[in-house]
Design a protein around this ligand. Structure first.
Ligand code: AHZ
Length: 309
């Protein structure tokens, strides 16, 4: 084992260039696991300010985004990765209601860990660098969390993506659509902290916040406490006659239906992933995730197409 005097002494700049406490940029720090580990000094308020400044600057900057993705499940994250890598110039803002992003993709089926992906969607796993076992027509990732943590880390590392988790989309912004006489287009999202959104019945008015964007991509999953959010709101706003309602499980029909049906379902609003099954009345596929990845990629391509035309 290493002796105390072998422990590296890190005297020098330790990456706090922009704080006011840094008078000369030199701190008495030591990475010593034998009893003399020393941190650079900090004032508690510096921690608060480090977070507040960045978070609220981010909210300020992203109040006008290029694309908002609602929901950071397997479809939303696959979409974000493809869109952000293809178009690094776009400001992509992901809003996720849960504290933990990832939706239903932390496990496979019945809370088991392996994740099944039908070919050719394994190409996305290869692009991300997620290892898998080849079973012929499909591949298996040893743990669904390996896919989800990888796509999440790759997405978050991209400079043009921000993720606001613990934040719920409560409503959609709509505007008259200049292309369609009397028509409306979706032009943004209405947000609130999820814990506030869940308490509208217990408190007097707690008004929300807004983010505008020319393209909104809804990836909120099938119906549930929060799922199918935009599909349901399109119906209550009169932009969709009625919900199709998700049909029973049929893997062979469900996966291509979701991918091929990924589209701009209302002007300004693209829908992807299992939310589409509620919108269109297509089947569910159960615990096979290739369609979520491919649908996310298709939604990203649709968004690029809308922004370019
Ligand atoms: O928290 C939700 C989840 O992370 C989030 N979400 C839902 N409503 C929201 C709102 N504002 C912000 N109003 C919201 N976020 O959206 C995410 C949806 O992820 P998901 O994993 O539920 O959906 P997905 O379409 O990405 O993947 C579906 C996976 C399924 S379900 C299924 C089956 O039941 O047969 N099979 C597969 C592969």
């Amino acid at each position: 084992g290493s002796q105390p005097d072998e422990a590296p002494l890190l005297l020098g700049k330790v990456g706090v260039k922009n704080t006011t406490a840094a008078t000369n940029g030199t701190y008495d720090v030591k990475e010593d696991y034998n009893g003399d580990y020393r941190f650079a000094p900090i004032e508690e308020a510096q921690v608060s300010r480090a977070m507040i400044k960045r978070y609220f600057n981010m909210m300020y900057e992203r109040a006008i985004s290029d694309v908002v993705i609602i929901g950071a499940g397997s479809a939303g994250l696959s979409c974000a990765y493809h869109l952000a890598t293809q178009r690094p110039d776009l400001k992509i803002t992901i809003i996720e209601a849960n504290v933990a992003p990832g939706g239903g993709a932390w496990l496979g089926g019945q809370l088991m860990t392996p994740m099944v992906v039908r070919k050719p969607a394994d190409r996305f796993l290869t692009e991300l660098g997620v290892p898998f076992e080849d079973e012929g027509p499909f591949v298996v990732v040893k743990h669904a969390a390996l896919f989800t943590s990888t796509v999440l880390s790759r997405v978050l590392a991209l400079p043009n993506v921000v993720l606001m988790n613990a934040t719920a989309v409560e409503d959609l912004i709509v505007r008259p659509d200049p292309r369609i006489p009397g028509g409306q287009r979706v032009a943004g999202v209405v947000t609130n902290w999820t814990l506030v959104a869940l308490n509208h019945d217990t408190q007097s008015c707690m008004d929300p916040n807004v983010i505008t964007a020319p393209v909104i991509i809804s990836a909120t999953g099938h119906d549930g406490p929060m799922g199918a959010f935009s599909a349901k709101r399109l119906v209550s706003m009169g932009l969709l006659k009625e919900l199709g309602n998700m049909r029973g499980l049929d893997m062979n029909r469900a996966e291509p239906a979701i991918v091929n049906g990924t589209r701009e379902v209302a002007p300004g609003l693209i829908m992807t992933g299992m939310e589409l099954s509620e919108h269109d009345g297509s089947n569910r596929m159960g615990p096979t995730f290739g369609a979520m990845m491919a649908s996310g990629i298709k939604a990203a391509r649709e968004a690029i197409h809308i922004l370019e035309t």
